[in-house]
Design a binder for this molecule. Structure first.
Ligand code: DAH
Length: 333
C-alpha cells in the first residue's frame, strides 16, 4: 500500500505539473483527491491493515495528500497569473490606432447674432419676450394699425392658415402681446427675436422665412433721441465704434415718425438693417396705454442682414440649407 501511495504521488505530481490549463488541473485534482479519487480509494482499503501499519500508512497518506494539495495550489496560482498575463497582452491598447475626433458643435450664425444682440440689450435693462409663430391676424396686423384691406398689408404678403390666423410676417406682433401682458404698467423694455414668414420667391437676397429681432420701450417721456442713442449703441457694439449710421425717414403704419436705419459698409455702401420709429399713439391706446401720458419707441432688426454684413455672406439661402461646410466656419463665433 505504501508503494501504491508513493507511485500515485509521483504520477499525480507529474500530471499536475503538466496540466496545460486550469480546467485540466481541476480534472487532475478530482482524479486523485476527489471523493472517488485514487488516493481516497487507497485510504478506504486501510481497514484491512494491521494495527501497527495503519497509523504509518495513514500518516503517509495525509502527507501525500497535503503535498499534492500544495502542488495543486501552486500550479493553480501559476496558471492563473499566466491566464491574466495573456488577457492583459490581448487587451493591450494600440496607441498607433488613429483617434476618433469628437466634433464640437457651434452656434448657427443667426443664433450667434441673436445672442449678441440680446446681450447688448440685456445690458441696457431689456427683457426677452416671446410670441407664437402662428399668430392671429389681430396681433399681427389689426392691433398695429393695419386693418383689413390696408394697402400696407401688401408689403407683407402672408401665409394664411385660416382667415384669422397666419404665420407671423414680423415680430412686431410681440410688441402688442408685451404691452397687453404689462396691463398698462411702465416701463416696458423688451427685445423679441424670432422667425417670421412672407410669401417671397427665394433667391440670394430673399427668403420666405427669415429672422427679426423686435425691440419696444414704453415709458413716460421716451423720445426719438433715446431711440437714436439706443440704436447707435447697438450698431457700434455690433460693427465697431467707427461705423457710420444713417437714419432715413420712412413709413410704417405702427410708428410715427418712422425711420429706416442704414449702416455704411466699405464695399457694399449704405445697407438697411432695421426699421424703427415712435410707437403710434393709437397702437399704444389699443394695447391699453394712455398715449397722453406715455410714449414709446420700437424697432425691428433683420438678423440675416446683420449676419450677412458681419460675416460677409453672399447668399441668404446659406443660412437655411444646413450645409455643414458653411455652418462649421462659425466655430469661433
Ligand atoms: N415690422 C417691420 C417690418 O417687418 C419692421 C419694423 C419697423 C419694426 C418699425 C418696428 C418698427 O418695431 O418700429 O418690416
Amino acid at each position: 500500500m505504501r508503494d501504491r501511495l508513493l507511485a500515485l504521488q509521483g504520477e499525480a505530481s507529474q500530471e499536475i505539473v503538466d496540466a496545460p490549463n486550469l480546467e485540466s488541473l481541476r480534472e487532475v485534482k478530482v482524479k486523485y483527491l476527489g471523493k472517488k479519487g485514487e488516493i481516497t480509494s487507497v485510504l478506504r482499503g486501510m481497514g484491512s491493515l494491521s494495527a501497527e501499519e495503519r497509523p504509518v500508512i495513514g500518516a503517509l497518506a495525509n502527507d501525500v495528500r497535503s503535498t499534492l494539495s500544495t502542488l495543486i495550489e501552486e500550479t493553480e496560482a501559476k496558471l492563473e497569473s499566466a491566464k491574466m498575463a495573456e488577457k492583459l497582452a490581448n487587451e493591450n491598447v494600440d496607441v498607433t490606432l488613429p483617434g476618433k475626433s469628437i466634433s464640437i458643435g457651434s452656434l448657427h450664425p443667426i443664433n450667434a447674432v441673436i445672442e449678441e444682440v440680446e446681450d447688448i440689450f440685456i445690458g441696457m435693462g431689456f427683457h426677452i419676450a416671446e410670441g407664437p409663430e402662428v399668430e392671429t391676424d389681430y396681433f399681427n396686423f389689426e392691433m398695429l394699425n393695419l386693418p383689413k384691406n390696408h394697402p400696407a398689408r401688401d408689403m407683407q404678403d402672408s401665409f394664411y392658415i385660416s382667415p384669422e390666423t397666419l404665420l407671423r410676417t414680423h415680430t412686431s406682433a410681440v410688441q402688442v402681446r408685451s404691452m397687453i401682458d404689462k396691463k398698462g404698467e411702465v416701463p416696458v423694455r423688451v427685445i423679441s427675436p424670432g422667425k417670421v414668414y412672407r410669401r417671397d420667391d427665394d433667391d440670394a437676397t430673399h427668403s420666405h422665412q427669415f429672422t427679426q429681432i423686435e425691440g419696444l420701450v414704453v415709458d413716460s417721456g421716451v423720445s426719438m433721441s433715446e431711440l437714436h442713442g439706443v440704436l447707435l449703441h447697438l450698431i457700434h457694439k455690433l460693427f465697431g465704434e467707427e461705423t457710420e449710421v444713417r437714419l432715413r425717414p420712412s413709413y410704417f403704419p405702427f410708428t410715427e415718425p418712422s425711420v429706416e436705419v442704414d449702416i455704411f459698409h466699405p464695399e457694399k455702401g449704405w445697407i438697411e438693417i432695421l426699421g424703427a420709429g415712435m410707437v403710434h399713439p393709437s397702437v399704444l391706446e389699443k394695447a391699453g396705454y394712455d398715449a397722453e401720458k406715455y410714449t414709446g419707441f420700437a424697432f425691428g432688426i433683420g438678423a440675416e442682414r446683420i449676419a450677412i454684413l458681419k460675416y460677409d455672406i453672399d447668399d441668404i439661402r446659406h443660412f437655411y440649407q444646413n450645409d455643414l461646410r458653411f455652418i462649421k466656419q462659425f466655430k469661433s463665433v
